[in-house]
Design a protein around this ligand. Structure first.
Ligand code: SIN
Length: 485
C-alpha cells in the first residue's frame, strides 16, 4: 500500500508552491497528468496584482476586487488575500522570480478594473517565468516526488473522509493513500468551443470532487476573457489585458472605438462588461484590438512574447489591428473551501482555480488569479498536519465499462458546442434547459471504455458542463459573468 504525507494533484503555481511548503513537514507526491510544465499557470501572461506602490492601499485593491465581483465576493477572504499580497511577491522574489524592473523598482502594469497600477509581471510571460522557478526549486527538494503522465481518476472517499486517490499511471490503475489530498488541478475552459485555456483544462478536479460528494459553489460564474485572437484558420491565442492597460483600444468593423459607449471606464472596465460589449459588436462585424498607435520599439519591449507569437501567425502587433473575440477563460467558482483550503470532505483540500474561496465573487478581477493561488497555497500548510491514516476501507479499482457508447471525440465536440451556444456569455432559461437535457443525455451515453487519459477527461468535461449549467439555471437574475436575458 503506497502512502504519502501529502498528495497534490496538479503542477501549476499553487500545487508546486504548496509542495515546497509541505516538504518541510513530510513526504510529498505531486501527480500531474502531463509533464510538470504543462499547467495553466504556464500560459498566464498578465501578472500578479498586489499593493506595491506607495500611492496604492489595501482598501483600494479590496474595493476594486469587490466591484469586479459584483459584491458577491467573500469579503473576509478578499481582505486576507489582498493583505497577504505584497508578502507573497517577496516570497516569489526570494525563490528567484525576476519581475520586470524600472530604475530598480518593480515595474507595475495596469489592467481592467484596477484603479491603480499594481500588476507585478515578468514581461508578458509571468506565469511561465514563475512556473520555471518553482519547478527548479521543487526538483531540488528531496522530499518531493513528481509523477508525470499520471492521471487522477477518482478520490477514495468513504463516510465523507478522503483516504487518497486512484490514479492511472503507465497504463495501470493504482490506489495511493494520504491523510492530506490537495486538488490544484486548475480550470475548466475546455468545456467551451473557444477558450484561452490549454488542452489540459478539462475540469478534472471539480468533476472528481463532485463525484465524491464535495460541495461546489458559484459554478455559474465562468469568466470570458475579452481579447483572444479570432482569425480564421489560426489557433486562438490570449492577448493579455495588459495590452489595454498600456493603451490598446477596441475597435468595431467601422474602425471606431466602442467601449466608452458601454462603460465610462472604457477598455479598462471589468472583463464581464468588456466581453459582453464585444459580443454585441461582433453581431455587426469583426472586432479588433489595436495598439499600433504606440511606438513599435515600446510594444516589442513590453510584449515580446505576444509580438513573436502573432508574427508567427502572420500578424504584426505594431502595425495591424488584431481580430479578437471573447473566449472562456476562468472558473470563478469551484470546490467550496474555507480560508485554509478545507473542502466539505475531511482530508480533502483545494486551492487555485479549482477551488472557490469566494475571493472572485461573480467575476474575477484581472491578475487576481495568480495572487489567489500563491496566497492560499502558502496559507493552508499552516493548518494541515501529516497524520497517520488508520482503518483504511477497501476501494475497488476502476475497470473500463460499457459496450457501445459515444466516441470520445464526438462527445467532446458536442459538449463544447452546447456550452458555447447555450451556456455562453449571454444566457437565457430556454437555452439553459435545452443544454441540460442534452448534456444529461450525453453523460448517460458516454462511457470510459479504455485506460486512456483522454477518455477520462471527456467524462470529466461532460460532468463539469452539467455542474455549470445546473448552477446557471438556478440563478435567475444576472450577476457578474452570469448574464441572463
Ligand atoms: C491576461 O493577461 O489578460 C490574463 C491574466 C488574467 O487572467 O488575470
Amino acid at each position: 500500500m503506497k502512502k504519502y504525507d501529502f498528495i497534490i494533484v496538479g503542477s501549476g503555481i499553487s500545487g508546486l508552491n504548496f509542495a515546497l511548503n509541505a516538504a518541510k513537514k513530510g513526504q510529498v507526491l505531486v501527480v500531474t497528468k502531463k509533464k510538470i510544465i504543462n499547467s495553466t499557470t504556464n500560459y498566464a501572461q498578465g501578472g500578479i496584482a498586489a499593493v506595491l506602490d506607495e500611492l496604492d492601499d489595501f482598501n483600494k485593491h479590496i474595493e476594486d476586487t469587490l466591484i469586479a465581483g459584483s459584491y458577491h465576493n467573500n469579503k473576509k477572504a478578499v481582505t486576507f488575500m489582498v493583505k497577504e499580497g505584497p508578502k507573497l511577491i517577496n516570497h516569489l522574489l526570494d525563490l528567484g522570480v525576476k519581475f520586470s524592473n524600472k530604475n530598480g523598482n518593480l515595474q507595475l502594469a495596469r489592467e481592467g478594473g484596477h484603479s491603480m497600477r499594481r500588476i507585478a509581471h515578468v514581461g508578458d510571460r509571468t506565469g511561465h517565468s514563475i512556473e520555471k522557478v518553482l519547478i527548479e526549486n521543487v526538483r531540488k527538494n528531496k522530499n518531493i516526488t513528481i509523477w508525470e503522465d499520471s492521471f487522477a481518476i477518482d478520490l477514495l472517499v468513504k463516510n465523507n473522509t478522503c483516504y487518497g486517490l486512484q490514479i492511472l499511471r503507465n497504463g495501470r490503475v493504482e490506489n495511493l493513500f494520504s491523510s492530506a489530498v490537495i486538488l490544484a488541478t486548475g480550470g475548466v475552459g475546455q468545456i467551451y468551443k473557444h477558450t484561452s485555456n490549454p488542452s489540459i483544462s478539462t475540469g478534472d478536479g471539480v468533476a472528481m470532487a463532485a463525484r465524491a460528494g464535495a460541495k461546489m459553489e458559484d459554478m455559474e460564474f465562468v469568466q470570458f476573457h475579452p481579447t483572444v485572437l479570432n482569425s480564421p484558420g489560426k489557433k486562438r491565442f490570449l492577448l493579455s489585458e495588459a495590452l489595454r492597460g498600456e493603451g490598446a483600444t477596441l475597435k468595431n468593423h467601422k474602425g471606431e472605438r466602442f467601449m466608452p459607449k458601454y462603460d465610462k471606464r472604457g477598455e479598462l472596465a471589468p472583463r464581464d462588461i468588456v466581453s459582453r460589449a464585444i459580443f454585441e459588436e461582433l453581431k455587426k462585424g469583426p472586432v479588433y484590438l489595436d495598439i499600433s498607435h504606440k511606438p513599435a520599439s515600446e510594444i516589442k519591449k513590453r510584449f515580446p512574447y505576444i509580438f513573436a507569437e502573432l508574427k508567427k501567425k502572420g500578424l504584426d502587433l505594431t502595425k495591424n489591428k488584431i481580430p479578437i473575440s471573447p473566449a472562456a477563460h476562468y472558473m470563478c467558482g469551484g470546490i467550496k473551501v474555507d480560508l485554509h483550503g478545507q473542502s466539505s470532505i475531511k482530508n480533502l483540500y483545494a486551492f487555485g482555480e479549482v477551488a472557490c474561496t469566494g475571493v472572485h465573487g461573480a467575476n474575477r478581477l484581472a491578475s487576481n488569479s495568480l495572487l489567489e493561488a500563491i496566497v492560499f497555497s502558502n496559507q493552508i500548510i499552516q493548518s494541515i498536519k501529516a497524520k497517520k491514516l488508520v482503518n483504511i476501507p477497501d476501494f475497488a479499482n476502476f475497470k473500463p465499462t460499457g459496450s457501445q457508447c459515444l466516441s470520445n471525440k464526438y462527445a467532446k465536440s458536442l459538449v463544447k458546442k452546447i456550452m458555447w451556444d447555450y451556456v455562453g456569455i449571454i444566457r437565457n432559461e430556454k437555452d439553459l434547459k435545452k443544454a441540460i437535457l442534452k448534456l444529461i443525455e450525453i453523460d448517460a451515453k458516454y462511457c470510459v471504455k479504455t485506460n486512456k487519459i483522454s477518455d477520462f477527461e471527456t467524462k470529466n468535461m461532460i460532468q463539469t458542463a452539467i455542474l455549470v449549467t445546473k448552477a446557471a439555471l438556478k440563478r435567475k437574475k444576472s450577476l457578474g459573468c452570469h448574464f441572463v436575458i
